[in-house]
Design a protein around this ligand. Sequence first.
Ligand code: ADP
Ligand code: MG
Length: 318
Amino acid sequence: MNEFGLIGAYFARPARKALLGVGDDCALLASPPAGEVLAVSVDMLVEGRHFFADVDPRALGHKALAVNLSDLAAMGARPAWFTLALALPRVDEDWLAAFSSGLFALADAAGIELVGGDTTRGPLTVSIQVAGHVPADGALRRAGARAGDDVWVSGHLGAAAMAVRHRCGDIVLDDDVLAHCAGRLDWPVPRMLLGERLRAHASAALDVSDGLVGDLTHICTQSGLGADLEWARIPVDPVLRRCGEVERRQAALSGGDDYELCFTARPGERQAIEALSQLLALPLTRIGVMRSGDGVAVRDTDGCRLETGRSFDHFSSP
Ligand code: ADP
Ligand code: MG
């Protein structure tokens, strides 16, 4: 199978929303609806760095798109289209069929369309660029938090980081715990409905990909503020109950790959956000407050500052 056969078999699907999709030199895309702008993001997943060589290809197809949809959600944008750049060491049709089925299952669920890409031989790398639509003044920026805003986070934190540690041979999880943690790591659920709804309530938002404390630090820096978090309020994944306190704390505060949304909102929004949590059947937990100053401090019930560990960084982490 050659390059064009491969694209035709696994990635060319008839365009539904695009004016012209896969198959020409460029895709042709209509402008966003009046009053809206394009939100654009790209993410790259590299074998050995972001996933293990023996990863389930269906999960990889899902995750490569999910992490990008998570960026759109964090901006409050509605998914529109995406492109896919793929480097493959060899043509493995079973692998490609599984990868594209994971990719398109999520794409269809999210209402986003693949409009083009590039395919080459090389070390396994998947890079997806997404675009969404968002009202021109409505996007959720990191710079929008104000002193006195509550800090919130969706879902539960820490499970994905525990699966990474298990797979690295760092710790050994019980089978049932591992199954849950691996599910969170390999099949992240982008919080798209939440992101769109938060445009009406949040002052700033981002997705938690590198660890809560490190990611919230970006909101702090860009908003010119600091944040105080209460450890007792952090929604640590319940399956981590059996793990040690230090491990739980490290996973929930500085472990990555959760793809939950962390956002800030005025205290007057509490009722609306709690109602949204009910509506979406998704926990939304108030974990702290924005204040003047800088940096993120996490405190225990006695008000003592806890050591939070370092967030993931591609150039300074091992
Ligand atoms: P070009 O030489 O103009 O870069 P290519 O030969 O690389 O075009 O690709 C042919 C067509 O297939 C283009 O429309 C391109 O967008 C599309 N394409 C290539 N690889 C992929 C892929 N992995 N997924 C989706 N579309 C792809
Ligand atoms: Mg090309």
